[in-house]
Ligand binder design. Structure first.
Ligand SMILES: Nc1ncnc2c1ncn2[C@@H]1O[C@H](COP(=O)(O)OP(=O)(O)OC[C@H]2O[C@H](OP(=O)(O)O)[C@H](O)[C@@H]2O)[C@@H](O)[C@H]1O
Length: 255
């Protein structure tokens, strides 16, 4: 994991953009494959390195935004090929709250997350993401997307502002870099497994991490995404084949 990320894309996030909307469509292959490796970011992206400069993104009519669609239900009832986004500490612990439910439902994903934490430091993990593909040996079809939003947990958890900054960087990296990279690889070699389809998450950070849900929602919906690389199966296009989508994250909560 290379040097710590610098949070330079916040100016870009604060710019107002026209919001274009569409929904994502998904298709998944249900083949069984050898266990693919989890994907972690290899380099730190700063705003300056984004594919478009802030001005270009400002004027670019195709600049997209994430949108959160809220509903009640159980996050673990997601359909195959869904990516479940999970707010994690950097200490290798899924000990309470929804983390414990993730550990119980996806023990091999927990082992992958724990091993990732063991080979990195909180300082290099914070604000990054880890895409964990389904474990075909367990006949799983759900992706886990760890977003490292606090260095520690409990009383040592980071401040609300620090968690929000890390959330912005980690969710942007997961959805803008790791998912397209994975889906492109699957397009090139179906032996790698199935493509990521829908994005689901609970009201991350709002329980044990103590961040009001509306604050996290605001940060996630301010994430702009320069035109998503044309990766079939990740977005619907209009009749003209134009991809004009906001990527929708389904936020599923029990209350
Ligand atoms: N089955 C279910 N379906 C849908 N929604 C569900 C649900 N179960 C709970 N929720 C809701 O999901 C939100 C988040 O609630 P949480 O407090 O758990 O997570 P958080 O993101 O605030 O905090 C992360 C730290 O907590 C953990 O604990 P450890 O440090 O490991 O001990 C981690 O590892 C981190 O460190 C709340 O709205 C819950 O109502």
């Amino acid at each position: 994991m290379s040097a710590k990320r610098k949070s330079t894309d916040s100016t870009q996030q604060s710019l107002n953009f026209k919001r274009l909307r569409t929904t994502t469509t998904t298709k998944s292959t249900q083949k069984h494959h050898s266990r693919p490796k989890p994907i972690a970011s290899k380099q730190k992206r700063t705003g300056a390195q984004s594919s478009l400069s802030a001005d270009q993104e400002d004027d670019n009519p195709k600049t997209l935004h994430l949108r959160i669609a809220e509903s009640t239900g159980d996050i673990f009832s997601a359909p195959p090929s869904t990516l479940l986004i999970h707010a994690c500490n950097c200490e290798g612990s899924w000990g309470a709250g929804i983390a414990k439910a993730f550990k119980d439902n996806y023990p091999s994903a927990f082992s992958t997350y724990k091993a990732h934490c063991a080979t990195h430091t909180p300082a290099t993990l914070i604000g990054t993401s880890l895409l964990i593909p389904p474990n075909p040996e367990k006949n799983e079809h759900i992706f886990i997307g760890c977003v490292f939003t606090s260095r520690s947990k409990g009383r040592k958890k980071d401040s609300v502002e620090a968690i929000l900054e890390a959330t912005r960087n980690a969710v942007r990296e997961l959805i803008l870099e790791e998912v397209p990279k994975w889906n492109l690889k699957v397009k090139e070699d179906e032996e790698r497994g199935e493509e990521v389809g829908e994005f689901w998450m609970c009201k991350i950070n709002s329980g044990l991490f103590g961040v009001p849900w509306e604050r996290t929602r605001e940060v996630v919906e301010a994430i702009q995404i320069p035109k998503i690389p044309k990766i079939p199966g990740l977005a619907e296009r209009d009749a003209g084949g134009e991809d004009k989508g906001i990527r929708v994250i389904s936020c599923v909560s029990r209350d």
